[in-house]
Design a protein. Structure first.
Length: 621
Protein backbone atom coordinates (compact mmCIF):
# COMPACT_ATOMS: atom_id res chain seq x y z
CA UNK A 1 0.00 0.00 0.00
CA UNK A 2 1.55 3.26 -1.15
CA UNK A 3 0.42 6.60 -2.49
CA UNK A 4 1.28 8.19 -5.83
CA UNK A 5 0.54 11.66 -7.17
CA UNK A 6 1.77 13.88 -9.95
CA UNK A 7 1.14 16.78 -12.27
CA UNK A 8 2.05 17.73 -15.84
CA UNK A 9 1.65 21.24 -17.24
CA UNK A 10 1.11 21.30 -21.00
CA UNK A 11 2.63 24.77 -21.13
CA UNK A 12 6.29 23.78 -20.83
CA UNK A 13 7.06 27.29 -19.62
CA UNK A 14 5.29 26.51 -16.33
CA UNK A 15 7.43 24.76 -13.78
CA UNK A 16 6.04 22.52 -11.04
CA UNK A 17 6.36 24.11 -7.62
CA UNK A 18 7.86 21.93 -4.91
CA UNK A 19 5.33 23.22 -2.38
CA UNK A 20 2.40 22.06 -4.51
CA UNK A 21 3.94 18.65 -5.09
CA UNK A 22 4.61 18.34 -1.37
CA UNK A 23 0.93 19.10 -0.61
CA UNK A 24 -0.27 16.51 -3.11
CA UNK A 25 2.11 13.90 -1.75
CA UNK A 26 1.49 14.81 1.88
CA UNK A 27 -2.26 14.29 1.50
CA UNK A 28 -1.49 10.59 0.93
CA UNK A 29 0.84 10.14 3.92
CA UNK A 30 -1.46 7.55 5.54
CA UNK A 31 -0.96 5.29 2.52
CA UNK A 32 2.80 5.32 2.95
CA UNK A 33 4.19 6.44 6.30
CA UNK A 34 7.63 4.85 5.90
CA UNK A 35 9.23 7.09 3.26
CA UNK A 36 8.45 9.97 0.95
CA UNK A 37 10.00 11.19 -2.28
CA UNK A 38 9.44 13.71 -5.08
CA UNK A 39 10.90 14.41 -8.50
CA UNK A 40 10.55 17.52 -10.67
CA UNK A 41 11.59 17.85 -14.30
CA UNK A 42 10.46 21.32 -15.31
CA UNK A 43 6.78 21.06 -16.09
CA UNK A 44 6.28 17.58 -14.60
CA UNK A 45 6.35 16.46 -10.98
CA UNK A 46 6.00 13.04 -9.34
CA UNK A 47 5.33 12.37 -5.66
CA UNK A 48 5.38 9.15 -3.66
CA UNK A 49 4.58 7.89 -0.15
CA UNK A 50 5.95 4.46 0.68
CA UNK A 51 4.66 1.61 2.78
CA UNK A 52 7.73 -0.63 2.82
CA UNK A 53 6.82 -4.26 2.04
CA UNK A 54 9.62 -5.72 -0.12
CA UNK A 55 13.26 -4.61 0.25
CA UNK A 56 12.89 -2.32 3.24
CA UNK A 57 16.21 -0.60 2.51
CA UNK A 58 16.65 2.86 1.00
CA UNK A 59 17.22 1.14 -2.34
CA UNK A 60 13.43 0.87 -2.59
CA UNK A 61 13.00 4.64 -2.45
CA UNK A 62 10.74 6.17 -5.10
CA UNK A 63 10.59 7.89 -7.52
CA UNK A 64 12.89 5.21 -8.92
CA UNK A 65 14.97 5.78 -12.04
CA UNK A 66 16.78 3.75 -14.68
CA UNK A 67 20.53 3.56 -15.29
CA UNK A 68 20.87 6.87 -17.15
CA UNK A 69 18.11 8.70 -15.23
CA UNK A 70 15.91 9.21 -18.29
CA UNK A 71 12.93 7.18 -17.05
CA UNK A 72 11.29 7.56 -13.61
CA UNK A 73 8.56 5.49 -11.97
CA UNK A 74 6.21 5.76 -9.00
CA UNK A 75 4.03 2.76 -8.24
CA UNK A 76 1.44 1.70 -5.70
CA UNK A 77 1.10 -2.08 -5.46
CA UNK A 78 2.93 -5.38 -5.75
CA UNK A 79 4.20 -7.30 -8.78
CA UNK A 80 3.86 -11.00 -7.99
CA UNK A 81 5.87 -12.41 -10.89
CA UNK A 82 8.88 -10.14 -10.43
CA UNK A 83 11.12 -13.10 -9.53
CA UNK A 84 10.40 -14.56 -12.97
CA UNK A 85 10.81 -11.31 -14.91
CA UNK A 86 13.99 -10.03 -13.29
CA UNK A 87 16.45 -12.69 -14.59
CA UNK A 88 14.98 -12.35 -18.10
CA UNK A 89 15.60 -8.61 -18.02
CA UNK A 90 19.08 -9.07 -16.57
CA UNK A 91 19.90 -11.42 -19.44
CA UNK A 92 19.00 -8.56 -21.79
CA UNK A 93 21.53 -6.29 -20.04
CA UNK A 94 19.38 -4.41 -17.54
CA UNK A 95 21.11 -3.51 -14.28
CA UNK A 96 19.11 -3.58 -11.04
CA UNK A 97 20.03 -1.53 -7.99
CA UNK A 98 17.45 -2.98 -5.56
CA UNK A 99 15.59 -6.16 -4.71
CA UNK A 100 12.18 -4.53 -5.10
CA UNK A 101 9.41 -5.75 -7.35
CA UNK A 102 8.69 -2.24 -8.67
CA UNK A 103 12.08 -1.86 -10.34
CA UNK A 104 11.06 -4.71 -12.63
CA UNK A 105 8.33 -2.50 -14.16
CA UNK A 106 10.89 0.23 -14.85
CA UNK A 107 13.20 -2.07 -16.80
CA UNK A 108 10.29 -3.88 -18.47
CA UNK A 109 9.15 -0.49 -19.79
CA UNK A 110 12.65 0.19 -21.13
CA UNK A 111 12.64 -3.19 -22.88
CA UNK A 112 9.05 -3.45 -24.13
CA UNK A 113 7.61 0.07 -23.96
CA UNK A 114 3.92 0.23 -23.08
CA UNK A 115 3.66 -3.47 -23.99
CA UNK A 116 5.33 -4.14 -20.63
CA UNK A 117 1.78 -4.49 -19.26
CA UNK A 118 1.49 -7.83 -21.04
CA UNK A 119 4.38 -9.18 -18.94
CA UNK A 120 3.37 -7.87 -15.50
CA UNK A 121 1.10 -9.75 -13.09
CA UNK A 122 0.02 -8.14 -9.86
CA UNK A 123 -1.95 -5.29 -8.34
CA UNK A 124 -0.76 -1.82 -9.23
CA UNK A 125 -1.32 1.71 -10.33
CA UNK A 126 1.78 3.42 -11.65
CA UNK A 127 3.06 6.45 -13.51
CA UNK A 128 6.22 6.49 -15.62
CA UNK A 129 7.83 9.72 -16.82
CA UNK A 130 9.89 9.22 -19.97
CA UNK A 131 12.04 12.34 -20.30
CA UNK A 132 13.27 11.27 -23.74
CA UNK A 133 9.75 11.18 -25.19
CA UNK A 134 8.48 13.84 -22.78
CA UNK A 135 5.43 11.76 -21.91
CA UNK A 136 3.64 10.22 -18.95
CA UNK A 137 2.56 6.57 -19.08
CA UNK A 138 -0.03 5.49 -16.49
CA UNK A 139 -1.84 2.22 -15.92
CA UNK A 140 -4.14 0.47 -13.46
CA UNK A 141 -4.10 -3.28 -12.79
CA UNK A 142 -6.40 -5.72 -14.55
CA UNK A 143 -9.08 -5.99 -11.86
CA UNK A 144 -8.83 -2.49 -10.40
CA UNK A 145 -7.35 -3.57 -7.06
CA UNK A 146 -5.34 -0.36 -6.79
CA UNK A 147 -7.02 3.02 -7.39
CA UNK A 148 -5.99 5.80 -9.74
CA UNK A 149 -7.78 9.13 -10.36
CA UNK A 150 -7.03 11.94 -12.78
CA UNK A 151 -7.85 15.50 -13.82
CA UNK A 152 -7.35 16.60 -17.44
CA UNK A 153 -8.41 20.19 -17.95
CA UNK A 154 -7.21 23.78 -18.21
CA UNK A 155 -3.76 22.86 -19.51
CA UNK A 156 -3.09 20.40 -16.67
CA UNK A 157 -2.99 16.65 -16.27
CA UNK A 158 -2.91 15.60 -12.62
CA UNK A 159 -3.32 12.22 -10.97
CA UNK A 160 -3.39 10.59 -7.57
CA UNK A 161 -4.12 7.38 -5.71
CA UNK A 162 -6.89 9.30 -4.00
CA UNK A 163 -8.99 12.27 -5.09
CA UNK A 164 -7.75 14.38 -2.19
CA UNK A 165 -4.31 14.68 -3.82
CA UNK A 166 -5.87 16.31 -6.91
CA UNK A 167 -8.06 18.61 -4.81
CA UNK A 168 -4.94 20.25 -3.33
CA UNK A 169 -4.31 21.86 -6.73
CA UNK A 170 -5.60 25.46 -6.90
CA UNK A 171 -8.55 26.06 -9.23
CA UNK A 172 -9.56 22.37 -9.45
CA UNK A 173 -13.33 22.59 -9.18
CA UNK A 174 -15.27 20.79 -6.45
CA UNK A 175 -18.53 21.02 -8.39
CA UNK A 176 -20.64 17.90 -7.93
CA UNK A 177 -21.51 15.63 -10.84
CA UNK A 178 -25.27 15.14 -10.52
CA UNK A 179 -25.19 12.10 -12.78
CA UNK A 180 -22.67 10.50 -10.45
CA UNK A 181 -24.96 11.21 -7.49
CA UNK A 182 -27.84 9.51 -9.34
CA UNK A 183 -25.66 6.44 -9.86
CA UNK A 184 -24.51 6.48 -6.24
CA UNK A 185 -28.11 6.14 -5.08
CA UNK A 186 -28.43 3.06 -7.27
CA UNK A 187 -25.24 1.26 -6.31
CA UNK A 188 -24.13 2.73 -2.92
CA UNK A 189 -20.94 3.96 -4.61
CA UNK A 190 -19.94 6.05 -7.61
CA UNK A 191 -19.03 3.68 -10.44
CA UNK A 192 -15.94 4.27 -12.59
CA UNK A 193 -15.07 6.21 -14.64
CA UNK A 194 -17.10 8.81 -12.76
CA UNK A 195 -16.31 10.41 -9.44
CA UNK A 196 -18.62 12.64 -7.45
CA UNK A 197 -16.68 15.61 -8.89
CA UNK A 198 -17.44 16.77 -12.45
CA UNK A 199 -13.83 17.28 -13.49
CA UNK A 200 -12.15 14.28 -11.83
CA UNK A 201 -12.29 10.76 -13.22
CA UNK A 202 -11.24 7.25 -12.21
CA UNK A 203 -9.11 4.96 -14.30
CA UNK A 204 -11.08 1.86 -15.19
CA UNK A 205 -9.65 -1.58 -14.42
CA UNK A 206 -6.98 -2.52 -17.02
CA UNK A 207 -6.93 1.02 -18.42
CA UNK A 208 -3.68 2.57 -19.65
CA UNK A 209 -2.96 6.07 -20.84
CA UNK A 210 -0.11 8.02 -22.45
CA UNK A 211 -0.12 11.82 -22.10
CA UNK A 212 2.26 13.85 -24.20
CA UNK A 213 3.81 17.09 -23.06
CA UNK A 214 1.73 18.98 -25.66
CA UNK A 215 -1.55 17.71 -24.12
CA UNK A 216 -2.37 15.00 -26.64
CA UNK A 217 -3.18 11.64 -25.15
CA UNK A 218 -4.04 8.05 -25.98
CA UNK A 219 -5.90 5.62 -23.74
CA UNK A 220 -6.75 1.96 -24.13
CA UNK A 221 -7.84 -1.20 -22.33
CA UNK A 222 -4.87 -3.57 -22.35
CA UNK A 223 -6.66 -6.68 -21.02
CA UNK A 224 -10.08 -8.17 -20.52
CA UNK A 225 -11.26 -11.28 -18.70
CA UNK A 226 -12.29 -13.88 -21.27
CA UNK A 227 -15.40 -15.85 -20.48
CA UNK A 228 -15.66 -18.82 -22.78
CA UNK A 229 -16.79 -22.11 -21.32
CA UNK A 230 -14.34 -24.90 -22.07
CA UNK A 231 -16.21 -28.21 -22.20
CA UNK A 232 -13.15 -30.27 -23.08
CA UNK A 233 -12.27 -31.02 -19.43
CA UNK A 234 -14.01 -33.05 -16.79
CA UNK A 235 -14.79 -31.61 -13.39
CA UNK A 236 -11.93 -33.36 -11.60
CA UNK A 237 -9.48 -31.96 -14.16
CA UNK A 238 -10.67 -28.44 -13.47
CA UNK A 239 -10.29 -29.06 -9.73
CA UNK A 240 -6.72 -30.26 -10.18
CA UNK A 241 -5.82 -27.19 -12.22
CA UNK A 242 -7.51 -24.83 -9.78
CA UNK A 243 -5.69 -26.43 -6.87
CA UNK A 244 -2.28 -25.81 -8.44
CA UNK A 245 -3.07 -22.23 -9.47
CA UNK A 246 -4.65 -21.27 -6.14
CA UNK A 247 -1.67 -22.60 -4.20
CA UNK A 248 0.69 -20.70 -6.51
CA UNK A 249 -1.33 -17.54 -5.98
CA UNK A 250 -1.26 -17.83 -2.18
CA UNK A 251 2.45 -18.63 -2.28
CA UNK A 252 3.28 -15.56 -4.39
CA UNK A 253 1.15 -13.28 -2.23
CA UNK A 254 2.82 -14.46 0.97
CA UNK A 255 6.07 -12.91 -0.26
CA UNK A 256 6.98 -9.91 1.91
CA UNK A 257 9.72 -8.67 4.20
CA UNK A 258 7.15 -7.74 6.86
CA UNK A 259 4.59 -9.72 8.92
CA UNK A 260 1.52 -11.03 7.04
CA UNK A 261 -1.92 -12.05 8.29
CA UNK A 262 -5.35 -13.04 6.93
CA UNK A 263 -8.82 -11.63 7.36
CA UNK A 264 -11.18 -14.36 8.56
CA UNK A 265 -14.91 -13.77 8.09
CA UNK A 266 -15.97 -17.36 8.66
CA UNK A 267 -17.06 -17.88 5.05
CA UNK A 268 -15.75 -20.23 2.37
CA UNK A 269 -13.32 -17.82 0.66
CA UNK A 270 -11.41 -16.50 3.67
CA UNK A 271 -11.36 -19.99 5.21
CA UNK A 272 -9.80 -21.42 2.05
CA UNK A 273 -7.08 -18.76 2.07
CA UNK A 274 -6.26 -19.50 5.72
CA UNK A 275 -6.16 -23.23 4.97
CA UNK A 276 -3.77 -22.87 2.02
CA UNK A 277 -1.62 -20.26 3.77
CA UNK A 278 -1.21 -22.55 6.78
CA UNK A 279 -0.22 -25.46 4.54
CA UNK A 280 2.33 -23.33 2.69
CA UNK A 281 3.86 -21.60 5.70
CA UNK A 282 3.68 -24.69 7.92
CA UNK A 283 3.29 -22.43 10.93
CA UNK A 284 0.40 -20.63 12.64
CA UNK A 285 -1.09 -17.89 10.49
CA UNK A 286 -2.25 -14.66 12.10
CA UNK A 287 -6.01 -14.22 11.55
CA UNK A 288 -8.29 -11.27 12.29
CA UNK A 289 -12.07 -11.16 12.68
CA UNK A 290 -14.86 -8.88 13.82
CA UNK A 291 -18.27 -9.52 15.39
CA UNK A 292 -20.94 -7.23 16.77
CA UNK A 293 -22.33 -7.22 20.29
CA UNK A 294 -26.00 -7.20 21.24
CA UNK A 295 -27.37 -7.48 17.73
CA UNK A 296 -28.45 -11.10 17.53
CA UNK A 297 -26.95 -14.12 15.87
CA UNK A 298 -27.32 -12.66 12.38
CA UNK A 299 -24.34 -10.42 12.99
CA UNK A 300 -22.26 -12.72 15.16
CA UNK A 301 -20.12 -14.92 12.95
CA UNK A 302 -17.58 -15.71 15.65
CA UNK A 303 -18.64 -19.38 15.96
CA UNK A 304 -17.68 -20.02 12.32
CA UNK A 305 -14.52 -17.99 12.69
CA UNK A 306 -13.56 -20.05 15.75
CA UNK A 307 -14.04 -23.31 13.83
CA UNK A 308 -11.40 -22.26 11.29
CA UNK A 309 -9.08 -20.70 13.86
CA UNK A 310 -9.15 -23.92 15.92
CA UNK A 311 -8.86 -26.23 12.90
CA UNK A 312 -5.69 -24.55 11.63
CA UNK A 313 -4.36 -23.44 15.03
CA UNK A 314 -4.09 -19.83 13.88
CA UNK A 315 -2.88 -16.95 15.99
CA UNK A 316 -6.41 -15.56 16.10
CA UNK A 317 -7.49 -12.05 17.08
CA UNK A 318 -11.05 -10.82 17.30
CA UNK A 319 -12.62 -7.44 17.90
CA UNK A 320 -16.16 -7.22 19.22
CA UNK A 321 -17.83 -3.94 18.33
CA UNK A 322 -20.82 -2.32 20.00
CA UNK A 323 -23.46 -0.83 17.66
CA UNK A 324 -22.46 2.76 18.43
CA UNK A 325 -19.69 3.09 15.90
CA UNK A 326 -21.19 5.61 13.49
CA UNK A 327 -18.17 7.85 14.03
CA UNK A 328 -16.32 5.44 11.77
CA UNK A 329 -18.53 6.58 8.89
CA UNK A 330 -17.09 10.08 9.07
CA UNK A 331 -13.57 8.68 8.86
CA UNK A 332 -14.47 6.36 6.00
CA UNK A 333 -16.14 9.03 3.86
CA UNK A 334 -13.25 11.38 4.47
CA UNK A 335 -10.88 8.69 3.27
CA UNK A 336 -12.97 7.84 0.20
CA UNK A 337 -13.32 11.53 -0.79
CA UNK A 338 -16.82 10.80 -2.10
CA UNK A 339 -20.04 9.16 -0.90
CA UNK A 340 -19.52 5.46 -0.22
CA UNK A 341 -22.34 3.58 1.50
CA UNK A 342 -21.24 -0.06 1.43
CA UNK A 343 -22.09 -0.93 5.06
CA UNK A 344 -19.52 -3.72 5.48
CA UNK A 345 -16.78 -1.10 5.05
CA UNK A 346 -17.35 -0.06 8.66
CA UNK A 347 -16.64 -3.57 9.93
CA UNK A 348 -13.66 -3.90 7.61
CA UNK A 349 -12.20 -0.67 8.94
CA UNK A 350 -12.27 -1.94 12.53
CA UNK A 351 -10.79 -5.32 11.69
CA UNK A 352 -8.09 -3.60 9.60
CA UNK A 353 -7.27 -1.40 12.57
CA UNK A 354 -6.96 -4.51 14.71
CA UNK A 355 -4.65 -6.20 12.19
CA UNK A 356 -2.46 -3.10 11.85
CA UNK A 357 -1.20 -3.58 15.39
CA UNK A 358 0.76 -6.68 14.31
CA UNK A 359 1.03 -6.96 10.51
CA UNK A 360 1.56 -4.77 7.46
CA UNK A 361 -0.03 -7.12 4.91
CA UNK A 362 -3.36 -8.99 5.02
CA UNK A 363 -4.88 -11.50 2.61
CA UNK A 364 -8.59 -11.19 1.84
CA UNK A 365 -11.16 -13.37 0.09
CA UNK A 366 -12.49 -10.72 -2.31
CA UNK A 367 -13.21 -12.05 -5.81
CA UNK A 368 -14.32 -15.57 -4.91
CA UNK A 369 -18.02 -14.79 -5.30
CA UNK A 370 -17.55 -13.15 -8.69
CA UNK A 371 -15.42 -15.98 -10.10
CA UNK A 372 -17.47 -18.89 -8.77
CA UNK A 373 -21.05 -17.54 -8.70
CA UNK A 374 -21.38 -17.02 -4.97
CA UNK A 375 -24.27 -14.54 -4.92
CA UNK A 376 -26.90 -17.25 -5.12
CA UNK A 377 -29.73 -15.23 -3.53
CA UNK A 378 -29.38 -12.59 -6.23
CA UNK A 379 -29.12 -15.12 -9.04
CA UNK A 380 -32.08 -17.17 -7.83
CA UNK A 381 -34.16 -14.04 -7.42
CA UNK A 382 -33.23 -12.91 -10.92
CA UNK A 383 -34.17 -16.29 -12.42
CA UNK A 384 -37.73 -15.86 -11.14
CA UNK A 385 -38.23 -13.14 -13.74
CA UNK A 386 -36.80 -14.89 -16.79
CA UNK A 387 -40.32 -15.26 -18.16
CA UNK A 388 -40.73 -11.47 -18.32
CA UNK A 389 -38.35 -11.28 -21.29
CA UNK A 390 -41.19 -12.73 -23.41
CA UNK A 391 -43.56 -9.88 -22.57
CA UNK A 392 -44.22 -7.25 -25.26
CA UNK A 393 -43.36 -3.63 -24.49
CA UNK A 394 -46.99 -2.63 -23.94
CA UNK A 395 -47.47 -5.35 -21.31
CA UNK A 396 -44.36 -4.21 -19.44
CA UNK A 397 -45.58 -0.64 -19.55
CA UNK A 398 -48.89 -1.74 -18.05
CA UNK A 399 -47.14 -3.67 -15.27
CA UNK A 400 -45.03 -0.64 -14.44
CA UNK A 401 -48.13 1.55 -14.24
CA UNK A 402 -49.83 -0.99 -11.94
CA UNK A 403 -46.78 -1.03 -9.64
CA UNK A 404 -46.92 2.74 -9.30
CA UNK A 405 -50.50 2.54 -8.04
CA UNK A 406 -49.16 0.89 -4.88
CA UNK A 407 -47.24 3.47 -2.75
CA UNK A 408 -43.67 2.43 -2.05
CA UNK A 409 -44.18 3.34 1.61
CA UNK A 410 -47.02 0.82 1.96
CA UNK A 411 -45.04 -1.17 4.50
CA UNK A 412 -47.79 -2.22 6.90
CA UNK A 413 -49.20 -4.61 4.32
CA UNK A 414 -46.49 -7.06 3.34
CA UNK A 415 -48.63 -8.58 0.59
CA UNK A 416 -49.04 -5.20 -1.10
CA UNK A 417 -45.36 -4.51 -0.73
CA UNK A 418 -44.42 -7.82 -2.36
CA UNK A 419 -46.94 -7.23 -5.13
CA UNK A 420 -45.42 -3.83 -5.87
CA UNK A 421 -41.92 -5.25 -6.16
CA UNK A 422 -43.16 -8.14 -8.30
CA UNK A 423 -44.88 -5.81 -10.75
CA UNK A 424 -41.98 -3.39 -10.82
CA UNK A 425 -39.34 -6.10 -11.41
CA UNK A 426 -41.48 -7.79 -14.08
CA UNK A 427 -41.65 -4.53 -16.04
CA UNK A 428 -37.87 -4.08 -16.14
CA UNK A 429 -35.34 -5.19 -18.70
CA UNK A 430 -32.68 -7.70 -17.63
CA UNK A 431 -30.16 -4.88 -17.25
CA UNK A 432 -32.47 -2.61 -15.24
CA UNK A 433 -33.46 -5.43 -12.91
CA UNK A 434 -29.89 -6.54 -12.27
CA UNK A 435 -28.76 -3.02 -11.45
CA UNK A 436 -31.68 -2.74 -9.04
CA UNK A 437 -30.65 -6.00 -7.38
CA UNK A 438 -27.10 -4.71 -6.92
CA UNK A 439 -28.27 -1.69 -4.96
CA UNK A 440 -31.01 -0.35 -2.72
CA UNK A 441 -32.90 2.39 -4.52
CA UNK A 442 -34.90 1.31 -7.56
CA UNK A 443 -35.51 3.67 -10.46
CA UNK A 444 -38.97 4.50 -9.15
CA UNK A 445 -37.80 5.18 -5.61
CA UNK A 446 -35.05 7.47 -6.95
CA UNK A 447 -37.63 9.30 -9.04
CA UNK A 448 -39.52 9.96 -5.83
CA UNK A 449 -36.74 10.82 -3.42
CA UNK A 450 -35.12 13.52 -5.60
CA UNK A 451 -36.85 16.80 -6.37
CA UNK A 452 -38.01 17.82 -9.84
CA UNK A 453 -35.23 20.32 -10.53
CA UNK A 454 -32.59 17.65 -9.94
CA UNK A 455 -34.42 15.07 -12.05
CA UNK A 456 -34.60 17.49 -14.98
CA UNK A 457 -30.79 17.68 -15.10
CA UNK A 458 -29.84 14.02 -15.32
CA UNK A 459 -30.12 11.09 -17.70
CA UNK A 460 -32.31 8.69 -15.75
CA UNK A 461 -31.42 5.71 -17.94
CA UNK A 462 -27.65 6.11 -17.86
CA UNK A 463 -25.74 4.01 -15.39
CA UNK A 464 -22.53 2.13 -15.98
CA UNK A 465 -23.13 1.90 -19.72
CA UNK A 466 -19.43 1.22 -20.21
CA UNK A 467 -19.93 -2.52 -19.76
CA UNK A 468 -23.64 -2.91 -20.34
CA UNK A 469 -23.25 -1.64 -23.92
CA UNK A 470 -21.57 -4.94 -24.76
CA UNK A 471 -24.14 -7.01 -22.86
CA UNK A 472 -25.99 -8.30 -25.92
CA UNK A 473 -22.79 -8.94 -27.86
CA UNK A 474 -21.76 -11.80 -25.60
CA UNK A 475 -22.60 -15.29 -26.78
CA UNK A 476 -22.83 -16.43 -23.18
CA UNK A 477 -25.54 -17.71 -20.90
CA UNK A 478 -27.27 -15.19 -18.70
CA UNK A 479 -25.37 -16.02 -15.51
CA UNK A 480 -21.96 -15.68 -17.15
CA UNK A 481 -22.98 -12.20 -18.27
CA UNK A 482 -23.80 -11.41 -14.66
CA UNK A 483 -20.41 -12.67 -13.50
CA UNK A 484 -18.64 -10.59 -16.15
CA UNK A 485 -20.53 -7.49 -15.11
CA UNK A 486 -19.82 -8.11 -11.41
CA UNK A 487 -16.10 -8.54 -12.09
CA UNK A 488 -15.83 -5.39 -14.16
CA UNK A 489 -17.94 -3.12 -11.96
CA UNK A 490 -19.13 -3.96 -8.46
CA UNK A 491 -15.98 -5.94 -7.67
CA UNK A 492 -13.76 -2.99 -8.48
CA UNK A 493 -16.01 -0.09 -7.51
CA UNK A 494 -17.40 -1.64 -4.34
CA UNK A 495 -15.44 -4.59 -2.94
CA UNK A 496 -11.91 -3.58 -3.94
CA UNK A 497 -12.48 0.10 -3.17
CA UNK A 498 -13.65 -0.94 0.28
CA UNK A 499 -10.55 -3.09 0.76
CA UNK A 500 -8.17 -0.38 -0.43
CA UNK A 501 -9.61 2.45 1.62
CA UNK A 502 -10.11 0.53 4.86
CA UNK A 503 -6.58 -0.86 4.85
CA UNK A 504 -4.93 2.38 3.70
CA UNK A 505 -6.64 4.26 6.54
CA UNK A 506 -4.50 2.29 8.99
CA UNK A 507 -1.41 1.98 6.76
CA UNK A 508 -1.50 -1.71 5.87
CA UNK A 509 -1.73 -3.48 2.52
CA UNK A 510 -4.60 -5.71 1.45
CA UNK A 511 -3.96 -8.54 -1.04
CA UNK A 512 -6.54 -10.62 -2.90
CA UNK A 513 -5.32 -14.10 -3.98
CA UNK A 514 -8.52 -14.95 -5.85
CA UNK A 515 -7.64 -12.23 -8.37
CA UNK A 516 -4.37 -13.77 -9.46
CA UNK A 517 -4.47 -13.47 -13.24
CA UNK A 518 -3.90 -17.13 -14.12
CA UNK A 519 -6.27 -18.41 -11.44
CA UNK A 520 -9.04 -15.99 -12.46
CA UNK A 521 -8.65 -16.75 -16.17
CA UNK A 522 -8.90 -20.45 -15.44
CA UNK A 523 -11.99 -19.97 -13.26
CA UNK A 524 -13.83 -18.09 -16.00
CA UNK A 525 -13.38 -20.96 -18.47
CA UNK A 526 -15.16 -23.46 -16.23
CA UNK A 527 -18.68 -24.43 -17.41
CA UNK A 528 -21.34 -22.73 -15.34
CA UNK A 529 -22.98 -26.01 -14.30
CA UNK A 530 -19.84 -26.84 -12.32
CA UNK A 531 -20.18 -23.57 -10.40
CA UNK A 532 -23.85 -23.02 -9.77
CA UNK A 533 -27.21 -24.69 -9.44
CA UNK A 534 -30.37 -23.46 -7.75
CA UNK A 535 -29.54 -22.19 -4.25
CA UNK A 536 -25.99 -23.54 -4.48
CA UNK A 537 -23.01 -21.49 -5.64
CA UNK A 538 -19.25 -22.07 -5.68
CA UNK A 539 -19.89 -25.79 -6.22
CA UNK A 540 -16.54 -26.59 -7.81
CA UNK A 541 -14.53 -24.46 -5.40
CA UNK A 542 -16.18 -26.15 -2.43
CA UNK A 543 -15.19 -29.51 -3.91
CA UNK A 544 -11.64 -28.21 -4.26
CA UNK A 545 -11.39 -27.49 -0.52
CA UNK A 546 -13.57 -30.38 0.68
CA UNK A 547 -11.67 -32.32 3.35
CA UNK A 548 -9.40 -29.34 3.98
CA UNK A 549 -12.03 -26.89 5.23
CA UNK A 550 -14.59 -28.21 7.77
CA UNK A 551 -17.97 -29.28 6.43
CA UNK A 552 -19.74 -26.78 8.70
CA UNK A 553 -18.11 -23.97 6.73
CA UNK A 554 -18.87 -25.48 3.33
CA UNK A 555 -22.55 -25.84 4.21
CA UNK A 556 -22.97 -22.46 5.89
CA UNK A 557 -24.68 -19.46 4.33
CA UNK A 558 -22.57 -16.83 2.61
CA UNK A 559 -20.54 -14.87 5.16
CA UNK A 560 -18.87 -11.49 5.19
CA UNK A 561 -18.17 -8.64 7.57
CA UNK A 562 -21.90 -7.97 7.95
CA UNK A 563 -22.97 -4.98 9.99
CA UNK A 564 -26.19 -4.11 11.89
CA UNK A 565 -27.20 -1.06 9.86
CA UNK A 566 -30.80 -0.98 11.06
CA UNK A 567 -29.80 -1.18 14.69
CA UNK A 568 -27.21 1.59 14.31
CA UNK A 569 -29.53 3.96 12.51
CA UNK A 570 -32.39 3.29 14.94
CA UNK A 571 -30.21 5.04 17.50
CA UNK A 572 -28.72 7.70 15.27
CA UNK A 573 -30.76 8.54 12.18
CA UNK A 574 -32.21 11.77 13.47
CA UNK A 575 -29.03 13.75 12.80
CA UNK A 576 -29.16 13.28 9.03
CA UNK A 577 -29.51 16.58 7.20
CA UNK A 578 -31.10 16.81 3.77
CA UNK A 579 -30.30 19.21 0.96
CA UNK A 580 -33.57 20.79 -0.16
CA UNK A 581 -32.03 21.63 -3.53
CA UNK A 582 -31.67 17.92 -4.24
CA UNK A 583 -34.25 15.95 -2.31
CA UNK A 584 -37.99 15.61 -1.94
CA UNK A 585 -38.11 16.37 1.78
CA UNK A 586 -41.80 15.50 2.11
CA UNK A 587 -41.19 12.00 0.82
CA UNK A 588 -38.14 11.50 3.02
CA UNK A 589 -40.19 12.46 6.05
CA UNK A 590 -42.72 9.75 5.12
CA UNK A 591 -39.94 7.19 5.06
CA UNK A 592 -38.62 8.50 8.37
CA UNK A 593 -41.98 7.90 10.07
CA UNK A 594 -42.09 4.33 8.79
CA UNK A 595 -38.49 3.75 9.83
CA UNK A 596 -39.08 5.14 13.30
CA UNK A 597 -41.99 2.76 13.85
CA UNK A 598 -40.27 -0.23 12.22
CA UNK A 599 -36.49 0.03 11.82
CA UNK A 600 -36.37 -3.09 9.69
CA UNK A 601 -37.80 -1.03 6.82
CA UNK A 602 -35.79 1.51 4.84
CA UNK A 603 -32.71 1.28 7.04
CA UNK A 604 -30.38 0.95 4.06
CA UNK A 605 -32.18 3.80 2.31
CA UNK A 606 -31.28 6.05 5.24
CA UNK A 607 -27.74 4.69 5.37
CA UNK A 608 -27.18 5.87 1.79
CA UNK A 609 -28.67 9.25 2.67
CA UNK A 610 -26.49 9.50 5.77
CA UNK A 611 -23.25 8.72 3.92
CA UNK A 612 -24.06 11.37 1.32
CA UNK A 613 -24.89 13.84 4.08
CA UNK A 614 -21.51 13.17 5.73
CA UNK A 615 -19.70 13.78 2.44
CA UNK A 616 -21.68 16.97 1.76
CA UNK A 617 -20.86 18.34 5.21
CA UNK A 618 -17.17 17.59 4.68
CA UNK A 619 -17.24 19.84 1.61
CA UNK A 620 -18.07 22.78 3.87
CA UNK A 621 -14.96 22.34 6.04
Amino acid sequence: MCGIAGILYFDNKSGVEQALLDRMTGSLAHRGPDDRGTFIDGNVGLGFCRLSIIDLSQAGHQPMFNEDRTVYIICNGEIYNFHELRPKLEDKGHIFKSKTDIEVILHAYEEYGTDCLEHIDGMFSFAIWDSRKRQLFLARDRFGIKPLHYYHKNGIFAFGSEIKAILTIPHVSKDMDNQALWNYFSLMQVPAPQTIYKDIRKFLPSQAMVIKENGSHREWQYWDIKIGEDNSKKEHEWIEELNILFENSIKSQLVADVPIGCFLSGGVDSSAIVAFATRIKQEPVKTYSISFIDDGEEFDESPMQKIIADRFKTDHHEIRVKPDMLNAVDLLIKECDEPFAVPSAVGLYFVSKLASKEVKVVLSGDGGDELFAGYVTRYDRDRLFDWSRLLPANAKKALKHMSQLIPIEASKNSSLRKMRYFLEFSSMTDVERYICMLGIYSLESKMTIFNRDFLNEIDKDMINDYYFNAWNDFKLNKLNKRLYYDIKTSLSDEMLTKMDRCTSMVSIEGRVPFLDRKFAECAMKIPIEFKYSHNNGKKIFKKLIKGLVPEDILCSRKQGFNVPVNSWLAKDHGDISYNKNLFNIEYINKLRKIYTSNNKRFGYHFWILKCFSVWENLQKT
